[in-house]
Design a protein around this ligand. Sequence first.
Ligand SMILES: [Fe+2]
Ligand SMILES: [Fe+2]
Length: 497
Amino acid sequence: MFEEIRNFGQIKLEDEWISHIKTYMSDSRFEHTLGVTTVAVYLSEFYDVDKDLVRKTALLHDIAKDMSPDEMANIAGKYGYQIQDISLQYEANLHAEIGALIAEHEFGLYDKDALNAIRFHVCARPDMSLLEKIIFLSDHAEPQRPNQPMLRTLIEIAKTDINLSILRMLRVVIEYQVSNSIPKYVCDITSEAYDYLLEDYCKTDQIYDQSPENNDILSDEEFDEAFELIRCNQIKLKSVENARWIKDLLTNSGRKIKDGLLIRSGSLHQLTDEEADYLNTLGLSLVIDLRTPMEVAQAPDKSIAGVRYENIPLVENIDTSMMDYLTQRYMQSLSETDRAWYVEQYARIDEVIKMYRNISMDARSLDSIHRIFQLLRESPGTILFHCTSGKDRTGIIAALLLLALGCDKKYIISDYNASAVTLFTKTESIKADLGVRGNGKENLKRGLQTSISVVPEVLRSGLYYIENNYFSNDSFIFEATGCNDRELELLRNKFLV
Ligand SMILES: [Fe+2]
Ligand SMILES: [Fe+2]
C-alpha cells in the first residue's frame, strides 16, 4: 500500500515554500513532515476536501516542533497570543499551538479549519473537522512511526471510514497517555474526542468492526446456538479441553461437511491411554499442533500409537508493538508472584490480541497456514488440529477451512462461539482471579479479558480484515490457503458430502 501512497503524493522538493519550511526544522523532523504530508495527501483523495489545503496544513503542522520553550513563548508574546491550559500542563502540545500561529502569521495560512488542524494535531478534540481528522491521523500514522503493520491497517481503513480509523488510533494514544502519567486534564480532552467519535460511530452500520470490549459476552441467542452445536459435536475427553467435531455445517453450494473427518480441540498433553485408544477408534491419523515450540516443550502432546504428529506453529515471533510495550510495563508493575501468575496465564496475550488482525500479514504465519492446508488436503483419515485451549489459533484454522469449504460466515462464527460454552467456567474463574489480582490498569485488564474470552467480534473483524484488507477479494481464499483451483476442489471433495 505504501507503494501506492508514494506514487500518489509525490512532494515536490523544489517548491520554494517547502525550502522555507525546511529552515525551521532538523532533517529528521523534515522527513517526518514529508511522511505526514504524503499520507495526508493520499487520504484526501478519498474524501471531498481541498487537497491543496491538506498539503499545506500537513507541511506546516510541526513547524514549531524544533523550537525551545523560550522561543515559542517569544512567538506567543510577539503575536499577543495567550497560551492555553492544555499546553501549560503538557509541554508536548505547545508546538501545536505555536505552530498554528506561525502558519498564520509567517506563512499566510489563514484558513481557520487548517489552523485548528495544526492546533489540535497532538491530543485531538471532540467534533473534529475532516481536515483535522486527516492531519491527526497522518501525523500518528506516517511511515516512520513504529508499529507499521498496525498503522498501515489504520490508513487502509481510513480510506473508507476515517472515524473508525481514528477511534483505533485514539485508543493507542489514550493508552499511551494513561501509562505515561500525562496530566488528567490532557487525557480528558483526548478521551472526550474518543467518546464523541464513538457516539457518532455507533450510529453507523458497521457490523464487523465494533471494538471487542463492547461485545465481550455472547447474546442469549448465541449461547443457545453454541449449546446446540456442542450438544451435537462434543467429543467427551476428560483431559482435553474443548474437543469437538467439525461436521454437518452447510456450505453455500448446499453441500455439508462430512462426519468423522475433522476434530478441533485444546492441547493433548494430559491425554490418558484410554483416551488415546478412543481417538484411535475414531480413525485418527494426524494431529496438527499449532502451538509454539516453547509451549510444546513445556507440555508436549501424549503420543498416540500409529498417529502422525506435526507441530506447525501458527504464530511465532510477533513485532514489538505498543501493546507489547504496555503489557511489559504492566508486568513490571506487579509483584513477583503476581507476575509469575500472569506470565503463566497469559503467555500468549499478544498473540491472541493481534493474531486475528495480523495473521495474514505475517509471512511465517501464512507459510504455516499453507502447510496446514496441504496436510488437510493430502492426509487420509481423521485429522485433529489443536492449540492450547482450542479457541483462537485453532479457531483461525477452523474459520479459514470453513471459508475454503464455502460455509457462510454465520456458521463460522457459531463454530467459533461454541468455545464459549466449553470454556465458560474456566474463563469465568480466570476473570474472577483477574479481578482480585489486577491492580487498577483497567485497559490492560480489559485486554487480558478479551484474550481469554470468546468474543465473536474478534473473529468477525478478523475475517473481515483478512478478506478485505490483505488479499484482493476474488483471490482471497487462494492466497490465504495456498490452494489453487484444483487443490481447493480436492479439499472440498474430501471434506464435503
Ligand atoms: Fe507534532
Ligand atoms: Fe508531527
